[in-house]
Design a protein around this ligand. Sequence first.
Ligand SMILES: *Cc1c(COP(=O)(O)O)cnc(C)c1O
Length: 404
Amino acid sequence: MTGAKKETVAGSAAGETRPLLADTELVHVGRRPGEQFGYVNPPLYRGSTVLYPDAATFEKRDARYSYGLSGSPTTDALEEVVTRLEGGEGTVLTSSGLSAISIALLSALKSGDHLLVTDSCYLPTRKLCDKLLDRFGVTTTYYDPRIGAGISGLIRPETRAVLLESPGSLTFELQDLPQIVSVARARGITTIIDNTWATPLFLKPLAMGVDISLHAGTKFFTGHSDALLGTVTANDRLWPALKETFSVFGEFAGGDVAYLGQRGMRSLHVRLERSMESGLEMARYLEARPEVAKVIHPALPSHPDHEIWKRDFTGATSLFAIVLKEGPKSALHAFLDELALFGIGASWGGYESLAIPFQPVRTATRWQEPGPAVRLYIGLEATDDLKADLDAGLARWRETGGAA
Ligand SMILES: *Cc1c(COP(=O)(O)O)cnc(C)c1O
């Protein structure tokens, strides 16, 4: 875990410096070739034991790296780049996106506290709140993601944190972050956002006043479906609590995973540019298909929260949902099962396209769509090939009783 390090490049005027732009930060921040024989990438450190020069140093335990859990130059490389992109005070790395959510919530809460969680949260977040936090005396209330400033009506004297996720998992509602943050701030309540969908390239929650931004680094950061990783970044107000909770918990992302994470970051901007372009192209193609009742993509003008997307986000990734017209389950399966390029599987953010059927779990709101819903992730394939794959799938949908 590392705190913020101010790095700048020389500006045009003598002695003047300016912050690096995001694309440049992704390429340069957290790398120190001069300290590693010129090698471009940080070394991959694997280890538990760290040796000390003598007993006196061991007794003081003030070495930069004191034990495997205190990190290594490999984990530092990833922490630094995430901290810089999020504009936070510091970042910790965890073993999965779900553990990042746990560490963030445990940093902000104690027994007796009340927590507000968006109804559109990632489903395992709901289980964490209902099955674990509840046992430790934290009560959770789920709220309508579109509640905005109305969240003030749900706040109790013991409310200590608000969990945000925008857009929401599966259903993609956008939250009015400035309104929710201003209500929370006025009462000293911590705000935490799961920023996995947008990444810090497309949404900067800390700059909008959110205290903690976390990611399933499993998705776009590693970007190749080959690792599980979580990151949690806090502002200066929450960093001491996050650092303390992380260090006593024993949560950790090993060198191999951190290495893959930092390697993935170096091309994040290029992959996201393509992701945005292909995602929108596929969303527009699907909007024109007669079998599709609705495309739910925040960057489409048809999305009910499109104005919020335009105001707060600088881009959109290629994870979105469609609702088909009504049809039997067998037609839905005929559509999905024979897709040649879209795999059926959890997670997303890799180079390959995915499609999964879903039925969201909601308790504060109601999912009203009558037809079957499918979440699509558009990978790095050629969009013409993806369209041909979906064309054939939608033909199977019609042939097996799906409406058009
Ligand atoms: C995948 C995902 C997670 C969990 O990440 P894991 O690494 O699979 O635990 C959390 N939040 C969101 C929004 C996700 O999509």
